[in-house]
Design a binder for this molecule. Structure first.
Ligand code: SP5
Ligand code: ZN
Length: 341
């Protein structure tokens, strides 16, 4: 299986995020992608390729154009104010407050986000843009007949919605790739999100559409981030009703419990008749993840890959979360090895 990867991810290096009321060093850091790349190489998974440049058009197929332009231009506006530290949002519109887009950069950062987990520095846009191009390039392998490809994306994407960033995510790499598969001739695509956190952004993007089936297995939003989406009764809307599946699981869920949800998700995907599968591959379900509460162990990821492969669908794996940096490479590549075995 081919891996797509860009060194540009290193240009994005947030300083701090809020955790348990404390400003702490960002969990989403460059060494994450370095560890996964190293494991791809040491296991001989397959060739590693730099992405092609598909431009902004495929990004704007799923994201609001003004939001994308905002991300692209935000740092220059921030720097023009004499600010050289990380850009971070400050205020958000709650219920009943008119949510007009303000003109000021601070107001716009809040308008285009849902949390403060999205620091940006001078090189962030280049990293964000390249991460989307990595997903698009891997997607193109499926379009030309490969059975699988791995998009080693960083920053991750699944919390980013149509017009908002959040949760370390700016552009939704998996959603951008999914739309590209459809635009390239696929009639229906299923997205399976195995990251510990609910893929609220991907759900947002495809909520009203029947041509994309979205399924997410994650920590129960009553207790876990992203706090405001991921309940089992979120089933889709309008033409998309019935094409959204959430599997919220209790803290402490291990492979026995988790794999039951996976079995149900795979049954639903098999019945949908997709032409391709996109996997939002987060490995923050690992037992030692510092911000999550599931109990998967490293060998479980081999089983995960094997079971996903049983669908027999061309599959695109898109890297999302995973913060136990020492084991992130082992766990992520175990899924890919299990799939290929
Ligand atoms: C891509 C991805 O995995 N993003 C995750 C963003 C998580 N940010 C918030 C982490 C909060 C950790 N504390 C949770 C305590 C739950 N009660
Ligand atoms: Zn996550």
């Amino acid at each position: 299986m081919q891996t797509f990867y860009s060194d540009d991810h290193r240009l994005h290096h947030g300083q701090a995020e809020l955790n348990n009321g404390q400003l702490m060093p960002c969990f989403e850091k460059p060494s994450r992608a370095d560890m996964v790349l190293e494991r791809v190489r040491s296991t001989g998974l397959g060739p590693v390729q730099a992405p092609e440049d598909f431009g902004l058009a495929p990004i704007k197929r799923v994201h609001d154009s003004q939001f994308v332009d905002f991300l692209k231009g935000a740092w220059a506006r921030w720097a023009a104010l004499g600010r050289s530290h990380d850009m971070l949002p400050l205020a958000w519109p709650p219920r009943r407050m008119p949510a007009r887009c303000p003109e000021d950069i601070d107001g716009q950062l809040g308008y285009y986000s849902f949390d403060a987990g999205v620091p940006m520095n001078a090189g962030s846009w280049q990293a964000i843009y390249s991460s989307a191009q990595v997903a698009l390039s891997a997607q193109a392998r499926l379009a030309t007949g490969d059975q699988a490809a791995f998009a080693l994306c960083r920053p991750p994407g699944h919390h980013a919605g149509i017009d908002y960033m959040g949760g370390y995510c700016y552009l939704n790499n998996a959603a951008i790739a999914t739309q590209a598969l459809l635009d390239g001739g696929a009639r229906k695509v299923a997205i399976l999100d195995v990251d510990f956190h609910h893929g609220n952004g991907t759900q947002d993007i495809f909520y009203q559409r029947p041509d994309v089936l979205f399924l997410s297995i994650h920590g129960d939003p009553r207790h876990e981030y992203p706090c405001f989406a991921g309940y089992a009764d979120e089933r889709g809307e309008g033409a998309g009703l019935g094409y959204n599946y959430n599997y919220p699981l209790a803290a402490g869920s291990d492979w026995t419990r988790w794999s039951q949800a996976l079995a149900d998700a795979l049954r639903v995907i098999a019945g949908y008749g997709a032409d391709a599968l996109v996997v939002s591959l987060g490995v923050d379900t690992y037992k030692q993840d510092p911000i999550s509460s599931f109990k998967l162990d490293s060998p479980d990821y081999l089983r995960m890959g094997e079971q996903i492969a049983s669908l027999g669908l061309p599959s695109l794996f898109v890297m999302e979360g995973g913060y136990a940096v020492e084991e992130i490479g082992i766990n992520a590549v175990n899924v890919l090895s299990g799939f290929s075995s």
